[in-house]
Design a protein around this ligand. Sequence first.
Ligand SMILES: [Zn+2]
Length: 429
Amino acid sequence: MKNSRKILYKADRISNSENSGWLKNHAVIVSGSIIEDILPISKLPSDLSNNIQSYQLGDIFLLPGIIDAHCHMHCSATSNAQELAYNESDSELIIRAVNNMRKCLLSGTTTVRDLGSKNNIAFVIKQMIDGNNIPGPNLILSGTPITITAGHCWIFGTEADSNDEVIKAVRNQIKIGANVIKIMVTGGMFTPTSNPRKTQYSIEILESVVSEAKRFDIPVAAHTLSAEGVENCVKAKVDHLIHARWYDKNPNKGLDFRKDIVKKMVDQDQWVDPTLGHQLLRKDANVDPINSSASDGKDVIMKSHWAIGKDVPMEEHIEKLSIMDSEGVRFTTGLDMGMAFGDHDKSTANAWSLVEFLGWNNWKAIKASTSDTAEALGLGNKIGRIKKNFTADFAAFSKDPAKEIRNLTNASTVVKSGKVLKINNNILV
Ligand SMILES: [Zn+2]
């Protein structure tokens, strides 16, 4: 059998298969890239304990690898991320992406979905990671995001306007290996030639994108900031709504939150990436999202978009997301890595934000960052749990994240598909 070398990991605490509590003094037996068994250390067969390579992790908290459903690997996570993405050559963007993916993996994030990279550079990065040439997480890729001419993210997207152009763009992404389609349903905050309060595509076009993606059995993830955008995403049954904000289309009004649409979203099992980890990191950096000044150099994209008019404090968006949460909408953890404040090694801020903004308990937030997001990505029976026959992806933390969620940061040990990349803070790649 290929790559069936066994390794034993012994730890004082290992997350149980439901990600709801600790197993004390257990060992994980890994065969190749797969978890073979989890046993109390006291019950390990003595021949096994003596004959295979064994890591004594000791006083740590071992979790499944963190999963992030929203990354832009070529972006710099600085305020001039868009400017760089626009001006840099593909070689520069690739080098940036290589560094970002290494940093991401070594922080404990073992699976990442990239929702938009310029000129499809993500495919070569994935190829090099999968071939063990460079370190990085397991990747799920959309390639370039689909947007209208001059629309949100046109800087690194594929511009497509008519139904025919959009269908062709979907097929082109599939042809080069996309596992998900990303479409910009409304304008976005950092694209001045777009309008975040307005939809970019008709409902008919959005429906045909979804049915075309379904033909290839791949999901559609849609960026949407307005109530009309959310409504169209629900009507067209996109799989994942990104941001899911509720701006009224009238710039003199605030939000236009609609509970009937939320109920449909729940009935249709649609997932939402609330991108709140990102907002928390911005809050931590002390930058007022609406009225920031130029003092810290991170304000460039924070200034209110010309089309927003009456802006809405973050607390109001959080309140609506909180209602969606209590109505039963399920959340994925996607940081929007690469955008300002969204550093590629900060995916665990997603879990922090669910606790601090939405009042979740710590285990529920840990579950969101692991098994729930695995399920949203269609990988719920392969990753996101320390469980027999699951992929051996681990992230160990030195302090207890079930006690304080911010202890979920900078993993001290990282294992991806059975390969040890960092052990007790020693980096091996
Ligand atoms: Zn994004």
